[in-house]
Every structure is written in C-alpha cells, then in structure tokens.
Design a protein around this ligand. Structure first.
Ligand SMILES: Cc1cc2nc3c(=O)[nH]c(=O)nc-3n(C[C@H](O)[C@H](O)[C@H](O)COP(=O)(O)OP(=O)(O)OC[C@H]3O[C@@H](n4cnc5c(N)ncnc54)[C@H](O)[C@@H]3O)c2cc1C
Length: 541
C-alpha cells in the first residue's frame, strides 16, 4: 500500500493559527478536500498552550478569550471538542501602590459602586458612558461576521452596498454619529480627561485599552479600543466578555483542529510553505520548503499580509502598486510577554484578603495615563522603558491542570516595547526586559523575585521568529483607524480576495483584525465558498 499522501486538494490553508483552522473547518464542512499546512510542530499560532518548564504549561502568547465568536463556537461544536471557558470576574483590575485596588466587574452597577469610593460623579458618568458605548458598539457588531462596505463596487453593486450600510445604521442618531466619529478618531487620554475626574477611574479605563496597539493614550485613534472591547464574544455573546480558557488558550485551537479534522480536513505540522504558486493570474497551489508541491485552485493564507504577499507570492504575480501598499502596512509590534513558574501565588499588596482565586487571578500594573504615555515615548525611540506596563494573569489560580500542586503559572503581557532596538540586539537585551518586568511586579508583590522558579521571555523578535508574526505585531498589522474596516489589509481589498484569483487572506491581517475571534477565518472561508459557487454557476451556463 502506498504511504504517499495525496497532494491535490480543493483547498490549501497556509498556517494553522486559529483563523486558518476556522477557515479549514468551514471549507471541509462544505465538502472541500482541505489541507492545513503549519510551519511549527504545533497548531495554534498565537493561540497555544506550551510547556514552559517540566510539568508547567502556559498560554505563551494570547492569554484571555474575549471576542471569540459564538457562531464559530457553535458551528464547530468547540464545546464538544473540549473547549471550556470560565468568565473572568472581574474582567480586569488595577492595584495601586497606595493600597487601593479597582476592579471592573461584568455588572456595570457593581463597578460603578466601586468607583463611588473615588468619585460620586464618576460613578454616575461610568454608567452613562458604558450605556453609550454599548449602544454604539452594537452598530459595528454585525460587521464582525460580514465584510465592510465594498468601496470598489460600481453600478448596482454600489447601490446594494450603500443600502447595506444604510440598513445597519438606520436608527443611529445625529449625536451618536458624532460620538462614533470621536471614538474612531480621538485620543483615549483626552476622552477620559473630558469625562472623568478621578485618576483611578481613568487608569481603569486605560488598563482595558490600547493593548497591542501603537500610540500612547494621548495619540489620535486610541479611543477606538473603547468600542472594540465592547464587541461581544463568548458562548453566550456577552458584550465585553473576558474568559479564562481551561487548559490554556491552546484548548481553543486544539478544539478547532479536532473540528476541522472531524469535517474531513487534513492538518500537517512542520510543513512550512515556501511559495504560493500562480499561473495566468490565478493561484495553482503551494510549494513547501522541502520542495513538496501541493496543488489546489484555492489557497487561503492565515499568515500575515507582509509574509503572504512579500514573502510567499512571487513579486511578478502581484501588481507593483499592491506590493508597495503592503510594504507600507504598519506592523512594528510594540509588545512582549514574560511567562513565569512561581513557588507561591503572587498577590499584590492591595488585593483584599477575602479575594477568591478567580478575582486574585488578574491584575494590571499601570499607574496612570502619563505613565503609559512615557512608556510609549521610550518604546517608539527604540528603548525598553525603564518602568513597564505589565498585565498579569495567574492562570493556575483558575485551572490547576497547568502546574503541579504548590506551583503557579503566571503570564505577564508587556505593553510598549520596541521591535527595533536603538542600541544592541534582543539577544543581548532580553535579560534587561526580564529584570524590568520582575522589578515592576515586585513593587506590587513584595518578595516576588524570590518566588520565580522559571521564566520564559518572549520578545517582539521571538514573536516574529518563533510564532511567525512579522515585526512581532500581534494583530498582523496595527489596529489603527487607517488600517481598519474597509482599509484592512488595504483600501479596496477588505473582502478577503487578493489580486491573485483563488488566493484569499484569512488571518488577523484581514477584516475585522486581530484577537482570538475566528472572524477573519469565518469570513474568508465564506467569501471563498461563495466565489466558488458563483464560478461553477458561470461554468454551468
Ligand atoms: C503576546 C500576545 C498576547 C496576546 N493576547 C491576546 C489575548 O489575550 N486575547 C486575544 O483575543 N488576543 C490576543 N492576542 C492576539 C491574538 O493572539 C492574535 O491576533 C491571533 O491569535 C491571530 O490569529 P491568526 O490565526 O490570524 O494568526 P496567527 O496566530 O499568527 O497564525 C498564523 C499561523 O501561520 C503560520 N505560518 C506563517 N507563515 C507560514 C508559512 N510560510 N507556512 C506555514 N505556516 C505559516 C504561523 O506559524 C502561525 O501558526 C495576543 C497575541 C500575542 C502575540
């Protein structure tokens, strides 16, 4: 019997990140013979659980599930494939060095009561702001699982697109349009200064925003996070949902991989794609780094736009202006991660004694808007800020399968570090990053350094080299307004198609962008399936 695997498929998916797996599952469910080709020896991309020390596992990159689409959870029956999430309660909390701590509960009224300790006016404003933001976010919500308006449509198509947008926004008031534009273009810092008087409250909002983005909180375009975080997610489609994933974030992608295989997809790991092949303006398949050819009339790339169009597609197969536009996509990842194994549960000094393990499992160390602005200023000049903004999640508090008894696993996301260092290399400076993260945590958790048993430092360069994210950008392209909606990945190319017939972009570089949502993967698969049906109808005529 021949053991040679067939190398001819209806569809190839480049990259087994969560979006690639989502696409593959929908393509296979529709009856297409589908293969996923992943360069690493594990699927999941930036949504994985990995061993960081013997017997200790961590979500090495993404660490909280917030906007995973309920449709994807349901359609792929991720629950049946082992996915279980426990809501974060609170969703986040900020300890302060003066002994205060401010949690953000899922119940706005409860959070408002917490805020009342600092300002009665802010407690009332918080409820108004949340109500307004939730209403505005609902206008954007439907675009999660459909392409943004097609700005290239002409004739009847253009009228249809205008009608679609008009229908989505038909009940929006003039005042809400003003608010929407302000959130899409304004700065988070100025908005918070205008709306709230307490610095504690402003810091709480800050801690819930600008993750992974470029720009200090006073930079135009940073207010958009306020809306983005209120797009719904999770099994029960809750606005502003945050969930701990049992078994770490890798449980999401393991469940997706199982679903895809259940529908008949094949998944190959340690299978790096070297080239996306094309002839006569249409894609014909891919060639792996080991020379293996895989033939398919449909290729969906879950790799980021720069990697896909500048690294995998031959430059002669793409229009020069398209390639140049791709080169201009802002990536330049501004974050890092340090994952710890600890001998003792870390508890900030201001954590109440009666805080249950779920409450004590997360805390964000950022002291003020000005502090964050200073961090960004240093990072944009290529420096590792002296003091860092660190977001900590003690995952083992919620899930004891991650570490043996007596040990804890904590992941620490660092906002604002440079991809390109002004001096030295990341190989030389990773220890500086690690020392500064430990120093920051120690300010809030006395004696922390003595509890560190193992540590994994993931620099922006590691995100590029290990996880395949160009320039370490965690969203496959910054989430700034000029790279969102009908401009993602590029103006006029937000419908997942590319200049090459049969090649689609299905990863976070496509609309609606980064985060573990499954949305780009869902949308790209459906676009490709619709195009395939249309082409076969045309052939049948
Ligand atoms: C440190 C960090 C923290 C984050 N925190 C959160 C969080 O808490 N919550 C959240 O929702 N989001 C978070 N994110 C963002 C989120 O993880 C990503 O935006 C999302 O996972 C991107 O998914 P993707 O499938 O589009 O791409 P990826 O996960 O990047 O997957 C792309 C895959 O393609 C593969 N690939 C690339 N090139 C090739 C090739 N030539 N051949 C074969 N395979 C290839 C890669 O190896 C990778 O597996 C975080 C990301 C990082 C890095």
């Amino acid at each position: 019997m021949s053991t040679k695997r067939p190398n001819r498929y209806d569809a190839v998916v480049v990259g087994g990140g969560h979006n690639g797996l989502t696409s593959a599952a929908y393509l296979a469910r529709a009856g297409l013979s589908t293969v996923v080709l992943e360069r690493r020896d594990v699927v999941g991309g930036a949504c994985v659980t990995e061993e960081i020390a013997p017997g200790c596992r961590a979500s090495t990159t993404s660490y909280i599930a917030s906007m995973l689409r309920p449709e994807v959870i349901r359609d792929l029956r991720l629950g049946d494939h082992g996915l279980r999430m426990v809501p974060c309660e609170p969703g986040l909390q900020v300890p302060f060095l003066d002994g205060e701590i401010l949690p953000w509960w899922s119940d706005d009224r409860r959070t408002s009561e917490e805020i009342r300790r600092f300002s009665a006016r802010d407690a009332a404003t918080f409820l108004d702001v949340q109500r307004d933001l939730k209403r505005l976010a609902r206008y954007l919500q439907p675009y999660f699982l459909e392409p943004p308006p097609d700005i290239n449509a002409r004739g009847l198509g253009r009228a249809r697109e205008a009608l679609r947008a008009a229908r989505r926004f038909r009940s929006i008031s003039g005042q809400q349009i003003g608010q929407m534009v302000a959130f899409l273009t304004g700065s988070l810092g100025e908005y918070l200064d205008r709306s709230f008087e307490s610095d504690y409250v402003k810091t709480l909002y800050l801690a819930n925003n600008v993750y992974g983005k470029h720009g200090g909180p006073y930079q135009p375009g940073t207010a958009i996070g306020l809306l983005f975080h209120l797009l719904s997610g999770g099994e029960h489609e809750v606005q502003g949902f945050y969930g701990h994933v049992m078994g770490g974030m890798g449980s999401i992608t393991q469940a997706m991989a199982a679903a895809a295989k259940g529908f008949g997809a094949e998944i190959r790991t340690s299978a790096p794609v070297a080239r996306i092949e094309a002839r006569g303006g249409a894609v014909t398949g891919v060639t792996l780094e080991d020379g293996t050819e895989v033939i398919a009339p449909l290729v969906l790339s879950g790799a980021d736009p720069k990697r896909t169009f500048l690294g995998l597609v031959d430059q002669r197969d793409l229009p020069e202006d398209f390639r140049q536009a791709v080169e201009g996509i802002k990536m330049d990842g501004p974050c890092a991660k340090v994952n710890f194994v600890l001998s003792r549960q870390p508890r900030p000094i201001s954590m109440p004694d009666d805080a249950d393990p779920i409450r004590a499992s997360l805390f964000t160390l950022v002291s003020s808007l000005e502090f964050a602005e200073r961090c960004y200023d240093a990072a944009k000049m290529g420096e590792i800020p002296e003091e860092l903004w660190v977001d900590c999640v003690v995952a083992s508090n919620v899930d004891d399968s991650l570490a043996p008894e007596g040990k804890h696993v904590m992941t620490s996301f660092v906002q604002y570090v440079p991809y390109l260092l002004r001096e030295g290399s990341w190989a030389e400076r990773r220890d500086v990053l690690a020392r500064r993260v430990v120093a920051k945590i120690s300010e809030y958790v006395p004696g922390f350094a003595d509890t560190v048993e193992a540590m994994q430092v993931v620099t922006p360069l590691d995100l590029e080299r290990t996880y395949g994210m160009t320039e370490g950008n965690i969203f496959h392209g910054d989430l700034n307004p000029e790279q969102l909606f009908f401009m993602r990945p590029l103006p006029g190319w937000a419908n997942y198609r590319t200049p090459l017939r049969g090649l689609y972009l299905c990863g976070a570089g496509a609309h609606p962008g980064g985060g573990v949502t499954g949305a780009p993967g869902f949308n790209a698969a459906h676009r490709a399936l619709r195009d395939r049906r249309a082409a076969s109808r045309r052939r049948g005529r």
